[in-house]
Design a protein around this ligand. Structure first.
Ligand SMILES: [Zn+2]
Length: 312
């Protein structure tokens, strides 16, 4: 049985900025002397090997300090992961749950399987559909090749160069990083299938303590004011993530496009098949483990009761 798989959700500017970054690196190498040319080659290979070694050791640390997300240890979370994976078809991904104090999620890897790490506070703060946005966002990075590209392009951008050129290369690399975030947000939207959950997930990253419509509006107003300040706009040039308000607006615009509707229908068809497969799953696999409840004491109430803004 063939699954629907399309990478058309990639942001239009992502590849343009990637090509520009690589072009800048090559131009820098050509412009400087032939000695630098040889050194640059050695540097790039060295950086790549160093990254590969660091990734390997980070993976080993994760294996010791985290819980692997699987149907036996974390059945509810494993089901969300399976659904996102079935929708987005990112290829082999190993998912770990890290017991940390802050909210975060990231992905890395050069070869297969890629690694996806979720920090435990996400499970307390996010509803299952919001978690799907987070998981889908990270799987989008995997599907679009950002994990291995990041290692290579990051190495290229870090190439020794005169200071001015280093700043230009670094900001080009960060620009590409930010375009990748827009693309990954679209994958997150496709995974959760509802712009309201995607937006509330992004808002909660900045304001995890939201308990009412008032809290939500206040948080959104705070986020909305981010791009009013020139200092924030300047700082963004060196940051890997766009301002939250840009991510929210970009995603809202994308959710209105025909292309999104077409992709959403495609990925939804993939999950239709999952449900058939889940029906054949052995008994007991769906039982809930206490450690794996994405929503704590509020789980009896419907999302609309707990999060009034979702009625919109
Ligand atoms: Zn990301």
């Amino acid at each position: 049985m063939t699954f629907f798989r399309s990478l058309r959700y990639r942001h239009d500017h992502e590849n343009v900025v990637l090509i520009l970054t690589i072009f800048l690196v090559l131009a820098m190498i050509v412009l400087t002397s032939s000695v630098t040319f040889c050194l640059s080659g050695v540097f790039i290979i060295g950086m790549f090997i160093l990254s590969a070694v660091m990734i390997r050791s980070h993976h080993q640390t994760l294996m010791r300090q985290t819980v692997t997300v699987d149907p036996h240890r974390t059945p509810q979370l494993a089901e969300l992961v399976a659904e996102c994976s079935q929708k987005l078809q990112p290829g082999p991904v190993e998912v770990f749950l890290a017991n940390k104090a802050r909210m975060n999620a990231y992905t890395f890897g050069i070869g297969d399987p890629k690694v996806l790490v979720l920090f435990s506070p996400l499970l307390k703060v996010m509803m299952p559909d919001e978690l799907k946005f987070i998981i889908g966002h990270e799987m989008g990075h995997v599907a679009l090749g950002h994990t291995w590209l990041n290692t290579i392009v990051g190495g290229l951008a870090g190439i020794p160069a005169p200071l001015g050129m280093s700043v230009v290369l670094y900001s080009a690399f960060r620009w590409w990083n930010r375009m990748c975030e827009f693309s990954a947000d679209r994958a997150g939207l496709l995974a959760c299938g509802d712009i309201r959950y995607a937006v509330s997930s992004l808002v909660k990253l900045a304001a995890p303590e939201i308990r009412s419509q008032q809290d939500f509006d206040a948080a959104l107003a705070m986020i909305d004011a981010q791009d009013d300040r020139v200092a924030n706009q300047l700082a963004e040039v060196f940051q890997s993530h766009p301002m939250l308000i840009r991510r929210i607006n970009n995603l809202r615009d994308y959710a209105r496009t025909e292309e999104y509707q077409w992709l959403q229908a495609g990925v939804n068809r993939n999950v239709g098949m999952v449900y058939e497969q889940l029906a054949q799953k052995p008994a007991g696999v769906n039982e809930v483990a206490a450690s794996d409840r994405p929503v704590t004491s509020q789980s009896q109430r419907t999302p609309e009761e707990r999060w009034p803004w979702l009625k919109r």
